[in-house]
Design a protein around this ligand. Structure first.
Ligand code: HT9
Ligand code: FE2
Length: 394
């Protein structure tokens, strides 16, 4: 059995997995679920009540339903189809951090039905506490709680922000949106070249941003104090190099929460829109670079709020699609799974930025949890989630 490598930027030896776990955020499926779901998400996180109230309206207006679960069911089906098309017999399980099907129950079921080694693929692609370590902790906690640690092994697919399967659908979508906005400007008798491309991602506390993917070496390579920021900038550059190297673009943030005195990444998209309008720009393409599907943060913060801001400012607006179940995305995810399996090993680890390919096993302290350490899988020096033989015990 393979053990966790002890080096930085570790690549894990391919293993024999018997299932894939598609791990996601989860969302409410009806009005009665909304508050319990929000309590799950914010457990011990100090999100002000008025923010929960505000967020609950986004779900309430949609029948109490988040689109994310349907999107994950569709992605699971697409992954199953692509695996079947390649004659790979790996069942795809689905589990969420914040709503049913909950990760601990899914792991227990998996063990009860005979699974022994699982590869987790998350719907979060960048490095940060919320998008990397929190998933690794949730598996670590679930294995500890259920008593399955040492019986059920769980590894994790690398953060895949710059994998071509994720980036190429954005290249296509950004080019199409740019053409749409230019045509709209031309039709309105305005200058079709007066367009700005805004890459939007989830804001996070600056402290979390600075702790993301942290190590001295990385900080030097990124020329940024945050891997989270550097990964998005590198992706935006890679996309625009293909779409139009002369096109002006920027990285902006959305969906800020938390207490007002705590600094989060800026600028907020709505402020940035006001700035470009004031500078005379007439149209904008918004690219939801931080997200794999059109979940609530995309539908509300971009398609509702940012779009309204554009209407008020007189900016032509178009929002580029998320990768969703784009065939290239689905194929890319299956390639990422194959990178890790003995049976289907593919040696190539493609990456479209100089930052990647990202590592399979994180360094201790990478994407730190400032609220206290928890057992986490896929971490150098941690034995949680490893097969019993590799834990050095019974
Ligand atoms: C980086 C990141 C991603 C992207 C990576 C990924 O995709 O995972 C993401 C995704 C998502 N965030 C989501 C929903 C929420 N996030 C919240 C709160 C927070 N998110 C944070 C970060 C992120 N979040 C943070 C630092 C907080 C503050 C509280 C905390 O530190 O934990 C809250 C609480 C209320 C509020 O504060 O807004 C809700 C309801 C949904 C589901 C949407 C749906 O239902 O369709 C999805 C996919
Ligand atoms: Fe979030």
């Amino acid at each position: 059995m393979s053990v966790a490598p002890k080096t930085e930027n570790a690549v894990m030896a391919p293993a024999e997995y018997d299932a894939v776990l598609l791990a996601s955020f989860g969302g409410p499926e009806g009005q009665d679920d909304v508050i319990p779901f929000l309590r799950n998400v914010t457990r011990g996180r100090g999100i002000p009540d008025e923010r929960l109230e505000e967020v609950s309206h986004h779900y309430r207006a949609n029948g109490g339903i988040s689109p994310i679960n349907a999107q994950n069911r569709a992605l699971k089906a697409a992954l199953e189809a692509e695996l079947a098309a390649r004659n790979i017999s790996l069942p795809v399980l689905w589990g969420n951090r914040n709503w049913d099907p909950y990760i601990p129950a899914v792991l227990q079921d998996a063990y009860d039905s005979g699974h022994r080694r699982i590869l987790m693929l998350t719907t979060s692609v960048y490095s940060s506490y919320s998008s990397c370590r929190q998933y690794r902790e949730d598996i670590g906690m679930a294995l500890t709680e259920t008593g399955l640690d040492g019986k059920l092994a769980v590894d994790k697919v690398r953060q895949y922000f710059d994998h071509p399967g994720f980036v190429e659908p954005f290249i296509e979508g950004t080019a199409a949106s740019l053409a749409t906005v230019k045509a709209a400007l031309a039709a309105a008798g305005k200058d079709p070249q007066s367009v700005h491309v805004m890459f939007a991602t989830h804001s996070i506390p600056t402290r979390d941003a600075q702790a993301s993917g942290r190590s001295e070496l990385q900080t030097m390579i990124f020329e940024q104090d945050s891997a989270y920021v550097a990964q998005h900038l590198a992706n935006a550059e890679a996309i625009m190099a293909r779409v139009d190297p002369a096109q002006e673009f920027s990285l902006v943030y959305q969906s800020r929460s938390g207490a007002p005195h705590v600094p989060w990444l800026e600028p907020d998209i709505n402020d940035a829109l006001a700035d470009i309008a004031a500078a005379g720009t007439q149209g904008v393409v918004v690219v939801p670079l931080g997200f794999i599907s059109d979940h609530m943060e995309v539908l509300w913060d971009l398609d509702t709020e940012a779009k309204e801001t554009c209407a008020e400012l007189g900016l032509a607006f178009d929002r580029a699609p998320t990768p969703s179940t784009h065939q290239k995305f689905v194929e890319g995810l299956v390639d990422l799974i194959c990178e890790r399996t003995v049976q289907n090993n593919i040696a190539d680890r493609p990456a479209m930025t100089k930052l990647g390919p990202w590592y399979d096993v994180c360094n201790p302290g990478c994407c730190a949890n400032f609220r206290g350490e928890k057992p986490a899988i896929a971490e150098v020096g941690s034995t949680v989630g490893l097969p019993a033989a590799a834990q050095g015990g019974s």
